[in-house]
Design a protein around this ligand. Sequence first.
Ligand SMILES: [Fe+2]
Length: 305
Amino acid sequence: MGVKSLGYVVIATAQPERWDHFLTQVAGAMRAPDAADGAAHYRIDDRPFRFRIERANEDRLLAAGYEVSEAEFDRLSDAIAAAGRPVDVLSAAEAALRCAARAFRTSDPAGNGLEFFYGDTRDDVALQSPVGVARFVTGDMGMGHAVFSAPNFEETHAFYRDVIGFRDTDLPAFHLMGPDAPPMRFAFMHADNGRHHSVALGEGPVSPAGCVHLMLEYPDLTEVGRAHDRMKAHGYPESATLGRHLNDETIGFYVQTPSGFDLELGCDSLVIDPATWEVTRHEGISSWGHEWAWQKALKQAEAAQ
Ligand SMILES: [Fe+2]
């Protein structure tokens, strides 16, 4: 029982050209050949794609696609169906579009979109980043992480843990709105690899953008700084300034994607031993930095009064 890693994401957008610019010119991903159905694919490593961008009349993350073993695939689809969630097995052609042998689509109890697949594909096409990113940190740790929100926090957390098989890494309560306001619960969960969290869940209303943020990891701070420069040069909104997280130690910043959710671009993330990790309970988000756009706006509104 267990998930290997985050394999790919599927994004619906009415602005595929904007996404193309964002992924290639800010993140530094490489445009791959379009999929057979016309979707745009982008790669960051030796998987033929990590971002699948589908033209639509809406803008949101449709699914985070997690890889499991062949043996786990059937157990997982049965367990998810038994838990009362929809299981939509994709056709062979749809799985092939995802460079997978088989895949199914589902959602967590808050409605956040998920896919699970087995039979992954790798090739020997070298990453040629249009802005010169040397590489992304992927491999066994997958493409990065996805963060969702859920008003039914406990039920949704239990789904990820008890039904899917993610394991708790950090279960913090963050005082985002000040020390006297009720804390906001989070669950940071790892798959069967060293990435601190491949999925995380925050207590709160589901975002219309389908996710809170995705995270990609660069090999060093210079790559993070260059990405920060590119964000500013192209005028993309900064959602959080450069900072370092307490729990996964990532140094990075957040930029708003064309679909409204954020992309965290960071480096130096803690690598854990998933077999021996003991759950932590942090009370703060960051050891330094990470001034959020909403905090900045609040401060400006207070100053204007
Ligand atoms: Fe993150």
